[in-house]
Design a protein around this ligand. Structure first.
Ligand SMILES: *[C@@H]1O[C@H](CO)[C@@H](O)[C@H](O)[C@H]1NC(C)=O
Ligand SMILES: *[C@@H]1O[C@H](CO)[C@@H](O)[C@H](O)[C@H]1NC(C)=O
Ligand SMILES: *[C@@H]1O[C@H](CO)[C@@H](O)[C@H](O)[C@H]1NC(C)=O
Ligand SMILES: *[C@@H]1O[C@H](CO)[C@@H](O)[C@H](O)[C@H]1NC(C)=O
Ligand SMILES: *[C@@H]1O[C@H](CO)[C@@H](O)[C@H](O)[C@H]1NC(C)=O
Ligand SMILES: *[C@@H]1O[C@H](CO)[C@@H](O)[C@H](O)[C@H]1NC(C)=O
Ligand SMILES: *[C@@H]1O[C@H](CO)[C@@H](O)[C@H](O)[C@H]1NC(C)=O
Ligand SMILES: *[C@@H]1O[C@H](CO)[C@@H](O)[C@H](O)[C@H]1NC(C)=O
Ligand SMILES: *[C@@H]1O[C@H](CO)[C@@H](O)[C@H](O)[C@H]1NC(C)=O
Length: 579
């Protein structure tokens, strides 16, 4: 008895050792994945098209790893198009070469080419996702990226099962053609034909009864829903009839838990919620997602639904799907800014002893940037069909970001300064004006084009205030920062006031994310520690805004210690020719 007790102590000790995170990567397991970029004939809405997929799957395969694992994903491009993949939200400590945005960190993987993305998942746990980062390929090339924790979940609940809920958008058209046409004509892009849940539009769309997501549940069980907004153009509301959600995690960081009747999720964001199957056996409940509309432009305003189906008392029997239903009462209306604002204000970092909130209380630099749409004379001798026959663009601090034809990260690593890059990204708007009060059809809504980056030393504590403008259209913009998580210390409507607003910042338990939904006609202040050397894309995750230049690049210089330096590029790194 005594002996076995001793052994069990040793066993526990060994387990603790095995689960502690050593600084060397070699002792951690390496998870290998193969991603083949392939065409696949897929039928939705009575329409069959060739869809770009990973391994023929739509949505793509789920990546499952543990915190601390090394990950290697070999991507083989088997189509006659360029591609890249981005591991959305993965910190990529010192491994910017594996981050993925085309022409920011890498050149595309050419047709027939392969590239193995290699990185380690460090101090992150929960739900993230991955998607193509070339043209508009992410419409069909996306999937979940699940990181299991080394320690038990900090929320006291027994979870019987978990499942992903991934929102997407389906176009009957080729989405690369949608982007090309939009850029050529200077107009807004064609709307998608449907929103989807796990690739399925559901019965509110023509001939989609069979393409409906149905999740069978056991009465009395608790489920963990890993929810991802992979849509290209809209924030979404989501609710399940007669059920509530308990929010426990956002963007792979734990939150203080709270109960809500619905959620708002911006493109790029993820959220984990618990759902108690507390209804009667045999019940059928509608789950629905529809956009949070903050734009005056016409958008896809349709609704995708699926079902939560309770097992009947008789073991193994589920009710047949009934195609008569009404939308959940608890689904917010499409203009419900009050719900969206209230919901986001409830998100707080967990801030426990095991998961402290590491928000910088003081910062070394504050950058204030407008995020804006713009209107430009139609380029070249073309005829534009956008507003006033002009061409839409977008900018940050009046700089419309042009991605060069080479990797910016490679320029940086090789110390090549000068044209086409500069580190002169303006740290304040060009001149103070009433950002949210300006006439939305002002005479001069022009912008400047270039590739100006913000360069900061290693370890800098940085604040970025993102200020929406009224140019053309005040709108909720989901701004995504690559390579870093940040803390959302403040948000508000109207113009940011540097003398007043910082006094009301939450520097105790602000939510930690990689994508912030900046309020329509308002601002958001984010703080981060620039502790990841490399070049990082910062951009609006509404896809047309990235195409129009609502983006910038953040250069974090290497530090003085070896482990503060960007690693050299891997041997198979796709480069656009010799430097
Ligand atoms: C693929 O990318 C390379 C490198 O940027 C470029 O030269 C080529 O034109 C692209 N090919 C296609 C089909 O877009
Ligand atoms: C966009 O929509 C217009 C009008 O329906 C159509 O003529 C055009 O072909 C569409 N463009 C693409 C790329 O599908
Ligand atoms: C679900 O909620 C609706 C409206 O809130 C209510 O009418 C209905 O009876 C509820 N269904 C069940 C099974 O409780
Ligand atoms: C969706 O938009 C169309 C036109 O863009 C409009 O006719 C329709 O009423 C809208 N539907 C809803 C539910 O708002
Ligand atoms: C525009 O058209 C004129 C006359 O056809 C031509 O000389 C000029 O080069 C064109 N400009 C551009 C930018 O294509
Ligand atoms: C836009 O261009 C079209 C065709 O070129 C023309 O008929 C129309 O009058 C123009 N509209 C404006 C506002 O200039
Ligand atoms: C770039 O400059 C740094 C600092 O001067 C130097 O340590 C590094 O070796 C240079 N890198 C290359 C690729 O020349
Ligand atoms: C900005 O413009 C709006 C709308 O005209 C107005 O209500 C607001 O007071 C203005 N703000 C400032 C700081 O001038
Ligand atoms: C942005 O830049 C353009 C081109 O230089 C200029 O015309 C415009 O006035 C600038 N906008 C603002 C808000 O400063």
């Amino acid at each position: 008895m005594a002996i076995s007790l001793q052994y069990s102590h040793i066993l526990i000790l060994l387990l603790v050792l095995a689960f502690a995170l050593p600084s060397s990567t070699s002792s951690q397991p390496t998870r290998l994945f193969h991603f083949n970029v392939q065409w696949k004939q897929v039928r939705r809405l009575c329409y069959t098209k060739s869809l770009l997929t990973i391994n023929g799957e739509y949505p793509g395969p789920t990546i499952i790893v543990h915190e601390g694992d090394n990950v290697e994903i070999k991507v083989s491009n088997q189509v006659a198009r360029n591609t890249t993949i981005h591991w959305h939200g993965i910190r990529q400590m010192r491994t910017g070469w594996s981050d993925g945005p085309a022409y920011v960190t890498q050149c595309p993987i050419a047709p027939g080419g392969t590239y193995t993305y290699k990185f380690r998942v460090i101090d992150q746990r929960g739900t993230l996702w991955w998607h193509a980062h070339y043209s508009w390929q992410r419409a069909s090339i996306y999937g979940a990226f699940i990181i299991y924790p080394r320690m038990p979940y900090p929320f006291s609940s027994s979870i019987q099962e978990e499942f992903p809920i991934i929102f997407g958008e389906w176009w009957n058209a080729d989405t690369e053609a949608v982007e090309k046409e939009m850029m050529l004509l200077g107009k807004g892009p064609n709307n998608s034909d449907a929103y989807t849940i796990n690739g399925l539009p559901g019965p509110l769309y023509q001939c989609s009864n069979k393409e409906t997501y149905i999740k069978n549940v056991e009465p009395g069980n608790t489920y963990l829903l890993r929810i991802i907004n992979a849509a290209l153009r809209n924030e979404l509301f989501f609710a399940v009839a007669n059920h509530t959600f308990t929010v426990v995690e956002i963007d792979a960081t734990y939150t203080k838990s709270f109960t809500t009747t619905a959620i708002m999720l911006a493109p790029g964001q993820t959220i984990n919620v618990l759902l108690e199957a507390n209804q009667e056996p045999g019940g059928l409940f509608v789950m629905a997602a529809r956009p949070y509309l903050t734009s005056l432009f016409p958008f896809d305003n349709s609704t995708t639904i699926g079902f939560l189906r309770y097992k009947k008392r008789k073991i193994g029997k589920f009710p047949p799907p009934v195609m008569s239903y009404s939308l959940p009462d608890n689904l917010p209306s499409m203009e419900d800014t009050f719900f969206a604002t209230d919901f986001l204000s409830k998100l707080h970092s967990l801030g426990s002893a095991s998961y402290p909130c590491r928000v910088p209380e003081i910062v070394n630099k504050r950058v204030i940037s407008t995020i804006s749409l713009n209107l430009q004379d139609c380029p070249g001798n073309r005829t534009c069909t956008g507003f006033r026959n002009m061409s839409f663009f977008a900018s940050m601090n009046n700089q419309s970001f042009i991605r060069p034809s080479r990797s910016i990260l490679e320029f940086h690593y090789r110390n090549l300064t000068g044209f086409p890059l500069s580190t002169a990204f303006p740290e304040k708007p060009p001149h103070p004006f009433n950002y949210t009060g300006v006439d939305s059809v002002a005479e001069n809504m022009k912008t400047e084009f270039g590739t100006k980056l913000l360069e900061v030393p290693f370890g800098m504590k940085l604040e970025i205030v993102l200020q929406d403008t009224n140019f053309l259209n005040p709108e909720n913009h989901p701004i995504h920062v690559h390579g870093h998580n940040f803390f959302i210390v403040g948000r508000g409507f109207g113009n940011f006031d540097e003398n007043v607003d910082p006094e009301n910042y939450n520097l105790v338990d602000p939510p930690e994310r990689n994508t912030v939904a900046v309020p329509m006609g308002g601002w958001a202040a984010i703080r981060l520690i620039a502790d990841n050397p490399g070049v990082w894309f910062i951009h609006c995750h509404l896809e047309e805004h990235t195409s129009w230049g609502l983006a910038m690049g953040l250069i974090v210089k290497s530090g003085s210690k070896p482990d503060e330096c960007l690693l050299p590029p891997p041997n198979d790194f796709p480069s656009c020719g010799k430097f």
